[in-house]
Design a protein. Structure first.
Length: 487
């Protein structure tokens, strides 16, 4: 029996048994460097639409790769840009080898179209998908390909940082903290691993993609996460390397980013998760993946106030109704994987279909959040801190963690840490190099909440950051640290 969901999956080209996705792609104009390899090691698939401001930085990072241009197939696939993207790329084609341009004759409306053109025309042993506004470390492609050469796996992940207006922050925390692995079962991956599963810092064996008819579904959002999760399912094991390879661009003026989290965005994500849920067997990997993504949707469509889908009771009702349509067949409770009490409580209201209670909870929590963040108000019960209660009938909400400095003398920092999460250590890192400059610090536990940490003699609080790290890869600063350190 064909259901309404089946019809949606067919309309958006989800099926791995069909070739419709290939037949619907537009034609393109092609030109290339004078010298291109017929047997490159790595094919770099670049989807571009109106990214002229970022193309020089991206292309410079490719033509200088230590693996050598003769090992690459650089595929610049333009989705009929209206800016000067193609003119910016043309000098690279003229001066460097191994660059191919695919100028699509029609705009496909998303990165899925150019990426699928790339899949069909790639020749490399390995594939990477690079957004046109991101860029690579110069050793990235050599490093990633050698990881797969050594492991025999079909899927590799590596170090990823986010750049926002020049400020760099760590993005791939599970890769970094877990360290180097090969032949790691996807069933062993922590839930936080699935907090990010975009194209950045991932390399695939091309035969994995071709043999399983993997492709990007025909929708603007959630196409990449669906693709890479499917790739993981067929790969079964992955290789991970903690070295930094990729820079994710999140500049505030980046027009290629979707700034509109709207109702269609919500439906697209729920459709993608529904397909994964109905296609793959119930196991730990699927449970963790779906849980992290459901939590993200709760954050965007229940809790956030400043999205393209205006916050209201009707939005909450709609989200609950669509959640039931697309994910009503869940066989597990995702909330134990959620990051904080706020999201867990929202899920409890949703499961009870108490939309009025959820609406009231969100409004009052907004006040509690401001009172805590702006005025420092909180309540301590035992060894945990809570947001201000406001009303006795309101659900209690724990602070994820709270750390406060007590004193600093002779290189020893004393502080208190309160959290329901397991604390795993203390680190310092360079503000400008938050990835490769991290240093774990030795510490002594004096009581359940009291710690002593030895800081390096040359610690500079203007250039470094001191953080507490928890088991779920989250980290936080310490209240009053600057005050006691300066003293």
């Amino acid at each position: 029996m064909i259901t309404a969901l089946d019809e949606e999956f067919e309309a958006y080209q989800y099926s791995l048994e069909s070739s419709v996705w290939q037949e619907s792609l537009p034609t393109f104009q092609f030109y290339a460097s004078e010298n291109v390899s017929s047997t490159p090691k790595v094919s770099v698939i670049i989807a571009n639409f109106n990214n002229e401001s970022y193309l020089n930085n991206m292309m410079d990072s490719l033509v200088q790769q230590t693996i050598g241009l003769e090992q690459l197939q650089i595929m610049f696939i333009d989705d009929k840009s209206t800016d000067d993207s193609l003119e910016i790329i043309r000098p690279y084609v003229e001066h460097y080898q191994s660059i191919e341009v695919y100028a699509l004759d029609q705009n496909t409306g998303g990165a899925h179209g150019p990426r699928n053109v790339g899949i069909l025309n790639a020749r490399g042993d390995y594939l990477v998908f690079l957004d046109a506004d991101d860029w690579y470390d110069l050793d990235a492609l050599r490093y990633l390909s050698q990881l797969l050469d050594a492991s025999g796996d079909d899927f590799a992940v590596s170090g990823l940082v986010q750049s926002r207006n020049g400020e760099i922050s760590l993005k791939s925390k599970p890769y970094f903290y877990d360290g180097d692995f090969k032949n790691r079962s996807i069933q062993d991956l922590p839930a936080e691993f699935y907090g990010w599963l975009g194209p950045q810092a991932i390399m695939l064996r091309r035969s994995l993609v071709i043999d399983n008819n993997l492709h990007f579904v025909n929708q603007r959002v959630a196409d990449d996460v669906t693709f890479f999760y499917e790739a993981m399912r067929f790969a079964k094991t992955i290789t991970q390397g903690k070295e930094l390879t990729t820079y994710l661009n999140r500049d505030a003026d980046n027009v290629s980013l979707s700034k509109s989290i709207n109702r269609q965005f919500m439906i697209s994500w729920l459709r993608a998760l529904s397909y994964i849920n109905l296609t793959f067997p119930d196991d730990v990997s699927k449970e963790r993946f779906l849980s992290r993504r459901i939590e993200w949707l709760i954050h965007d469509f229940c809790l956030k106030r400043d999205t393209g889908y205006k916050f209201s009771k009707n939005r909450l009702k709609d989200f609950k109704a669509q959640l039931d349509i697309y994910l009503g067949s869940l066989t597990f409770d995702p909330s134990p994987y959620f990051r904080n009490d706020f999201r867990k409580t929202a899920w409890q209201y949703l499961t009870k279909n108490d939309i009025l209670g959820l609406y009231r909870f969100i409004l009052l929590f907004s006040v509690r959040w401001v009172l805590n963040r702006k005025l420092g108000l909180k309540t301590r019960k035992g060894n945990l801190y809570y947001y201000p209660q406001l009303l006795p009938t309101l659900t209690e909400t724990r602070l994820d963690a709270y750390a406060e400095a007590v004193s600093y003398a002779d290189g020893k920092l004393k502080l208190n840490v309160f959290s329901y999460k397991k604390m795993v250590g203390f680190e310092i890192y360079d503000v400008k190099r938050p990835y490769d400059s991290r240093m774990q610090l030795s510490h002594q536990k004096d009581s359940e909440n009291e710690y002593q940490i030895t800081l390096p003699d040359d610690y500079d609080n203007n250039k470094k950051r001191f953080v507490v790290v928890f088991e779920d890869y989250s980290e936080m600063g310490v209240q009053g640290f600057r005050k006691v350190f300066i003293k």
